[in-house]
Design a protein around this ligand. Sequence first.
Ligand code: DGL
Length: 266
Amino acid sequence: MTNNRQAAPIGVFDSGVGGISVLGTLTKVMPNEDFIYFGDSANAPYGEKSGKEVCECAHEVTKKLLDMDAKAIVIACNTATSAGAEFLRKTYPDIPIVGMEPAVKPAALSAEHPTVLVMATPLTIRETKLRSLMDRYRDCADFIDVPCHGLVELVERGITEGGEMDALLADLLAPHIRGRHIDAAVLGCTHYIHAKDAIRKALGDKVAIFDGALGTARETLHRLEALDLVNPSAKPGSVMILNSSDKDELLELSRKLLINAKNRKE
Ligand code: DGL
């Protein structure tokens, strides 16, 4: 029998349109769930703020999603996960709260002692979560962390490929990859997943690219199963997209990116 909580939606948020890349995967892994996505574009980029500011933004958005009866929260943002997941879990111990885990482990184990680029926002790179994750695998891989100033802003403008994207990626990556053999790259920010093709072009086909979207979607499903919160409905679920910015084009961009994300091969 369906209980009220099983039929409730899953709340998903990010600093903007980045987490739509995770939302696409969530809808593929759990096609019968309803989702409410909140993009906090009015406060983007989170990655250039302090940890305290990001934690406050994440709390505000979480309150909105819980007011809309969300049964679980997915923090589809590596930066907000690093700065706010612990606080949110302590504040809402009865709500399953799933964050992003940068795909450091699969990248580190993808070859014999690979050299791995870890692309993330400046705040994610400063926070301890990513650092301790890399520390765990330092015996089996060399990591080069790349704070990607400006990449989130470009994706928020709807630019995921083309001349401007190629030029920014060349500027960001060149100092780290010049004269080095790179085996793998971790996309440690959900905005970057939308620009995966451009990043692949910048790094070359031989570099394996990893992101945390599928891991987060699977972890969300496990948490719902463990708490008997899976929606037993046989109907396709719905997706509602909200944004804190009053720019209508962000909702349009979100819908377009969601279609791309659903078509993306995991
Ligand atoms: N998409 C977010 C992440 O995964 C952050 C972007 C931002 O800096 O706002 O880290």
